[in-house]
Design a protein around this ligand. Structure first.
Ligand code: SIN
Length: 298
């Protein structure tokens, strides 16, 4: 039986009673969707699934973002995030997600969830390194001063894929600069500054330091100051939660109500290997989809 145990923190719950190598029942899927809206980050311990099972589980939540390189040989929808080197080259992207962001806000259809499975976790002095930190942008919205909520109620913000690439490069990443053709293929897109979460029905702060370039309706100076204020607000420790990995953890998290950051606190010879599916929000905003899936929750 699906059991969801809250972490008694601002985010996070542990899920047991489901085998991710098997197809999900309708009731279990509905229960997971509801729990995502409530807890944001769900950990399934002891489920060291291979890439095809990760793909089959993830696709329940929406379409998968296809990865052009460093994908798993058995499932091209599964990307490899790793500092492991074989034959002189990384087997995955070594520095993916190592700053605060929300995945795929640079897409017209943005990200809904990520699903990661931990194959290698760096350890030092008996403690896991390379955790993934989160913030709760639903709780942060609730606490915003009402004049800020009113002022930005209909505002939109521009999100740019290239901004995060350049941020990572400025921090020493070896990833290449985007070509003009690559930039043209992913033009910046706009989303509301405050989004209504489709499952919880709560508002979220839907700008993030990784991809948000500016608030469209404000002057550049006002936009910079407003984003700085929103980021400082969201980054308060009271909204923060860190997942410390064990090998075999599957972590499913909701992008719409969180930001995340992969902690770069381990050395090149301390190996981390994650397999990841990125799922788009192409189903979760459809009321008919949600109604049908949540109806069957026990
Ligand atoms: C990501 O940003 O999707 C990767 C997070 C992680 O590796 O912890």
């Amino acid at each position: 039986m699906l059991t969801i145990k809250p972490a008694n923190a601002i985010l996070g719950a542990t899920v047991t009673g489901v085998d991710l190598n098997q197809p999900l029942s309708a009731a279990d899927f509905g229960g997971l969707l509801r729990a995502l809206g409530q807890y944001g980050v769900l950990c399934f311990p002891n489920q060291l699934i291979e890439a095809p099972a990760l793909r089959d589980f993830s696709i329940n939540f929406g379409s998968l973002q296809m990865i052009s390189r460093l994908a798993d040989a058995n499932a091209p929808e599964v990307s490899i995030l790793s500092n492991v080197v074989e034959n002189g080259d990384y087997i995955g992207t070594p520095d993916a997600g190592q700053d605060w962001h929300t995945d795929m806000t640079y897409n017209r259809v943005p990200g809904f969830v990520n699903v990661l499975v931990a194959h290698k976790v760096p350890m030092r002095d008996g403690k896991p390194l390379g955790g993934t930190a989160f913030t709760n942008t639903q709780a942060a919205y609730d606490d915003l001063p009402s004049d800020v909520k009113t002022r930005l109620t209909n505002a939109t913000a521009l999100h740019d894929h290239n901004q995060f690439q350049e941020l990572m490069r400025s921090k020493g990443s070896t990833r290449p600069a985007q070509t003009e053709a690559q930039k043209r293929s992913r033009p910046p897109v706009s989303h509301p500054v405050f989004l209504t979460h489709p499952i919880s029905g709560r508002k979220v702060i839907y700008v993030n330091p990784g991809f948000t370039a500016r608030i469209n309706e404000l002057s550049p100076e006002e936009s910079d100051a407003t984003l700085k204020m929103l980021y400082a607000h969201v980054m308060q420790p009271k909204y923060a939660y860190t997942h410390h990995w064990s090998v075999g953890d599957v972590l499913l998290w909701d992008h719409l109500g969180t930001w995340h950051c992969a902690l770069a606190d381990y050395a090149p010879n301390e190996y981390r290997l994650m397999k990841r599916c990125q799922v788009m929000a192409d189903k979760v905003f459809d009321p008919a989809f949600l109604q049908e899936k949540l109806r069957v929750v026990a």
